[in-house]
Design a protein around this ligand. Structure first.
Ligand code: SF4
Length: 293
């Protein structure tokens, strides 16, 4: 049970299960160099992801397309906000070259919110996948998209030529926290997008993610998981929120690994076919693992 009725931020030292070694190793540096050479952004760096050392040392990274300036200002996120640049037509080829150099078999592609674009950025996702697949036909993809506010049906049609892919969209937090954490988002719209992806593409795998430790209650988590199953969401990651920048929301609670195990069992019991629930779980964390439905 999340026990903080006042929701006042509490400053605590990181518990032992959240301490990690600093990034190191030849593969880590190779990943870093490849991304720098190709001038690619990742959510790993822009969101200050705590898994970067581990993921990059495994030779994987989640590419952030459409720039690193977001049109929204979510309080759990450290990605910069402002007026983004137009989509870069050279980006699909650079992402494809990254896949080649890193010899990737599975790639998660995500983007900032692009409310300035009529298609929300859908065409750039499509073009990246098509370009990579042209060079590497066996590549598998997962796209972690924004909510495509005001253009959901259009965006899904634009993405259709890039099928198959796992379609991920994160509700991020329980709906009761949206006003504080995700003011530019709409919980129902996010659920609608996941439902629409299923309705539009039929047998596609859908995925979402939720962060704990922001002051939510067990009942709120339980309801959010049920809401996701109600729109036939297949996969879920449940992880610990960690304050990514000094301006981000404070952590209210560090949820124990044992509690994450309970949520994993609960999610499996609700019918999710793939669950990653642990303190360091993030939407793209080990996304390639056990990639059968
Ligand atoms: S979990 Fe995802 S965002 Fe974090 S470092 Fe790994 S690939 Fe990057």
């Amino acid at each position: 049970m999340t026990d903080n009725p006042t929701n006042k931020p509490t400053r605590r030292r990181l518990p032992p299960w959240l301490r990690r070694p600093l990034p190191a190793g030849a593969t880590y540096h190779c990943t870093e160099q490849t991304l720098a050479d190709l001038a690619l952004q990742t959510i790993c760096t822009n969101a200050n992801c705590p898994n970067r050392g581990q993921c990059w040392a495994r030779g994987t990274a989640t590419v952030l397309i459409l720039g690193n300036i977001c049109t929204r200002n979510c309080k759990f996120c450290s990605v910069g906000t402002g007026r983004p640049l137009p989509p870069d037509p050279s980006e699909p080829a650079r992402v494809a070259e990254m896949a080649r150099r890193m010899d990737l078999k599975y790639l998660v592609i995500t983007s900032v919110n692009r409310d300035d674009l009529p298609d929300g950025g859908a065409a750039q996702f499509r073009d990246c996948i098509i370009e990579i697949r042209r060079r590497r036909p066996d590549m598998k993809f997962e796209i972690l998209t924004p909510d495509f506010r005001r253009c959901q049906a259009q965006a899904l049609e634009i993405l259709r030529p890039a099928l198959p892919f796992v379609f991920a969209h994160n509700v991020e937090v329980v709906p009761e926290l949206y006003a504080r954490a995700r003011a530019g988002g709409d919980y129902r719209e996010s659920l609608d997008l996941l439902r629409l992806a299923k309705d539009t593409y039929g047998d596609i795998i859908t995925k979402s993610s939720i962060m704990l430790g922001l002051g939510e209650t067990d009942e709120q988590i339980e309801r959010a998981l049920a809401d996701l199953r109600a729109v036939r969401c297949d996969r879920i990651t449940i992880g610990q929120y960690l304050k990514p920048s000094k301006d981000s929301l404070d952590v209210v609670e560090y949820v124990t690994p044992a509690k994450f195990d309970q949520w994993k069992n609960r999610a499996l019991g609700l019918g999710f076919s793939w669950v990653c629930a642990e303190p360091f779980a993030r939407s793209s964390y080990f996304a390639e693992r056990d990639n059968a439905r």
